[in-house]
Design a binder for this molecule. Structure first.
Ligand SMILES: *Cc1c(COP(=O)(O)O)cnc(C)c1O
Length: 397
């Protein structure tokens, strides 16, 4: 960034920089980690098993598989469903690379489609238009925590015999028409990456039908017929068999110890996220230079992100300059996401043009993710609102 070039007469309201999305770690998580380190079991063991049970109970599902990332969960989901070379998987252009990389990892072809303008989630009519005889699965992403239009996708999946793998990295806890995300598609993967609503530093969770989870569990630890816990516990057997050339995707008890505390704090943390989002939306609805995303009726977003769209025709500056101006006012931001088809690997491999996905491309140029995490005070939120209003007024067209 070249802040030295900026010569506006802004008022820096904050003296301390407001970080974009720091993790919400309390003393309880720190104590839980220390307790784990003092125990004689630090990798996959009793705490991981408890974390899986607590997570499954939270969603009201039968089981859950703790992993070292959401990416691992998406990868195992595709393998478990038998997606491979010759198959196509339809996903959204407006996502993080890992949703699409995993399709490449199994040797299938990712087929990108555009997003709906109000939520930036995958657009069902575009999905329908992209279905071919080779399509095996749909991979929707609950962008920013807002559920994709699952009923429309389920209808398409039934009509064309497709599986659904949900990228729910942003969507803990989110609700779609009375159903929790994690209870709808064939398999759903959540992320506990450092910035996500629940964090374990790095980590992920896969949920879905028991027969799928059983296979994914075997694949998650070298393809072994027994997990390490069963082998080393008193009464456990030394014997195991390798049933597949599996992966090294297991979660550690150190991570699970953090996750167990985070799950207990989730309701309170979510209440704070919702309150902050409501405060932002009430303020930004009054400004004609910006446009919040929509939370649709019948859905509850997990509010992982607070995404603002700039109305560029009301401003004399572009999005990048708007971000620089926020930075000058000590407000940290991010952009979610650079659409997949603009990244060199995918652009070159599949010959995408920028406007192949016109909504994703247009929206990308006016997106800013503002700070949204439970640690924000009302004064912090007011600082962000004031900074946005200040910039909008200063650069009004
Ligand atoms: C964070 C993220 C992931 C990856 O999660 P990891 O746990 O880091 O593997 C996948 N998809 C989306 C949309 C994400 O934002």
């Amino acid at each position: 960034m070249h802040h030295k070039d900026l010569t506006t007469q802004h008022t820096v309201r904050r003296t301390a920089f407001l970080a974009f999305n720091p993790p919400a770690i309390s003393e309880a998580e720190i104590e839980a980690v220390v307790e784990t380190l003092r125990s004689d079991w630090i990798t996959t063991g009793p705490r991981t098993a408890q974390f899986e049970r607590d997570f499954a109970a939270l969603l009201g599902v039968n089981g859950a598989l703790a992993l070292n990332s959401c990416t691992a969960g998406l990868h195992l989901a595709l393998i478990t469903l038998g997606v491979g070379p010759g198959d196509e998987v339809i996903t959204t252009a407006m996502t993080f690379a890992s949703s699409v990389n995993v399709i490449e990892h199994v040797g299938a072809r990712p087929v990108l489609v555009d997003v709906e303008p109000d939520t930036l989630t995958i657009d069902p009519p575009c999905v329908e238009a992209a279905i071919t005889p080779r399509t095996r699965a749909l991979l929707p992403v609950h962008y920013g925590g807002h559920p994709a239009d699952m009923d429309a996708l389920l209808t398409l999946a039934r009509a064309h015999d497709l599986r659904i793998v949900e990228d729910a990295a942003h969507a803990l806890p989110a609700v779609y028409r009375g159903r929790r995300i994690g209870t709808i598609g064939d398999l759903t993967a959540f992320s506990f990456y450092a910035t996500k609503n629940v964090t374990t530093g790095e980590g992920g969770m896969l949920v879905g039908a028991p027969e799928y989870l059983k296979q994914a569990r075997i694949l998650s630890l070298h393809g072994m017929s027994w997990d390490a816990r069963a082998r080393y516990e008193a009464g456990g057997s030394w014997f195991y068999e390798v049933l597949a050339a599996g992966y090294k995707y297991n979660m550690t008890d150190i991570q699970a110890a953090i996750g167990l505390v985070q799950l207990r704090r989730l309701d309170a943390m979510q209440a704070r996220r919702r309150a902050i989002a409501a405060r932002y939306t009430a303020a930004f609805d009054e400004l004609d230079a910006v446009q919040p995303l929509v939370e649709r009726p019948d859905t509850q977003s997990a509010w992982y992100l607070y995404v603002l769209r700039l109305n560029l025709d009301r401003l004399t500056i572009d999005r990048d300059r708007f971000i620089d101006e926020l930075h000058l006012r000590n407000i940290g931001t991010s952009v979610h996401f650079i659409p997949i088809h603009l990244h060199p690997y995918y652009r070159h491999k599949y010959g995408y043009q920028p406007d192949d996905f016109p909504v994703a491309h247009r929206e990308y140029h006016r997106l800013i993710s503002l700070p949204l995490h439970p640690g924000l005070t009302d004064a912090d939120v007011d600082d962000v609102i004031a900074a946005v209003a200040d910039i909008a007024a200063l650069f009004r067209r």
